[in-house]
Design a protein around this ligand. Structure first.
Ligand SMILES: [Zn+2]
Length: 327
């Protein structure tokens, strides 16, 4: 079977593409638009499926592209009722299967997405991997979010982006965490700023590199993988191979959180530096408690993660990165 996605006009479909050439091999699922204000991953998937359809490149296994939050993509909002990327706890997944989840727009999205994922996972494959494509409200280079496992690290190393470790402790119920809990390779790629044209190019390159790295496409299949690797590496060469997240600033209801202007993802910050203001009237300064790296500063209305702070992971071997790439 081989179905390419649409051209992006009108309402999108859940299934963006499903490519196999009848040759047994691994399964790669790529998701885009789990947050509706992050359409770049969806657009990248549409382009890759169109290119695979055009070139008929020989492919082992199966490559499936799924659209995350259809209703919120249409509105250009992160979500409609609740964050779809916080609903993948055991309780909510069970409730979704049992039809007892709350009647929200995202419950509906989750139930369709869960059904699609489980249908794809059902036939036996030589390993399964999920690459979940996201982008951020703040500017900055691409990076990956993963749990610290060798298969996850191998994929991230192939993508030439910094590995952000330990985020699962603070952010529960992500699609990535659920897929990881099934024992499959599971990586989130944050491609850059939501509206930056470079973000889609990075997402597209990451899909091609993942297809090669996981063994679905051969290096000599006609795709310029080196150019895709170079594109990713160009914006990450100055960054450490891995970062351990050690602090999350969560925003409570009623809190007027405002990030100080001009912060970017993976920006180094110093102890005592003013990062944001918060409180009922936005009057309380928040200063960095240590020298570290800032992650995902919040520059949008929706969301309850103000920012994260991490420390450079001192062990390149642990992250599986080439030490030459370390800053
Ligand atoms: Zn996102």
């Amino acid at each position: 079977m081989d179905r390419a996605g649409g051209n992006g006009a009108g309402r999108r479909k859940r299934l963006l593409g499903d490519c196999s050439r009848g040759v047994r091999g691994p399964l790669l699922i790529v998701t885009g638009g789990v947050h509706g204000n992050e359409p770049s991953g969806v657009e990248a998937l549409e382009r890759v499926f169109a290119e695979l359809e055009r070139t008929r490149a020989p492919l082992r296994g199966r490559f499936v592209g799924l659209c995350g939050n259809l209703a919120s993509l249409e509105r250009g909002a992160r979500y409609v009722d609740e964050d779809l990327n916080r609903l993948w706890t055991t309780e909510r997944v069970d409730a979704s299967r049992g039809g007892t989840a709350p009647a929200t727009s995202e419950s509906h999205e989750q139930s369709e997405l869960l059904e699609a994922l489980e249908a794809v996972l059902e036939p036996a494959h030589e390993g399964a991997a999920l690459l979940d494509l996201h982008s951020t409200s703040g500017a900055g280079p691409p990076f990956a979010i993963l749990s610290d496992r060798p298969d996850n690290r191998r994929l991230v190393e192939a993508l030439h982006v910094p590995a952000v470790l330990g985020l699962h402790r603070d952010v529960r119920g992500t699609l990535n965490e659920w897929f990881d809990s099934l024992g499959h390779t599971s990586v989130v790629l944050e491609g850059g700023q939501n509206a930056d044209v470079a973000t889609r190019a990075r997402h597209e390159s990451a899909i091609w590199v993942a297809l090669a790295s996981l063994g679905l496409l051969e290096e000599d299949c006609g795709v310029d993988f080196d150019a895709h690797r170079a594109l990713l590496e160009a914006s990450t060469a100055h960054l450490p191979g891995a970062i351990d997240v050690c602090l999350r600033w969560g925003i409570d209801p009623g809190e007027r959180f405002r990030m100080e202007p001009g912060y970017a993802n993976l920006q180094r910050v110093q102890r005592g530096e003013l990062l944001a203001r918060t409180g009922r009237f936005g009057e309380i300064p928040i200063r960095s408690p240590f020298d570290g790296m800032l992650l995902m500063p919040l520059y949008q209305e929706q969301g309850n993660d103000g920012f994260f702070l991490g420390l450079v992971n001192a062990s390149p071997a642990r992250a599986g990165h080439d030490p030459r790439r370390r800053s």
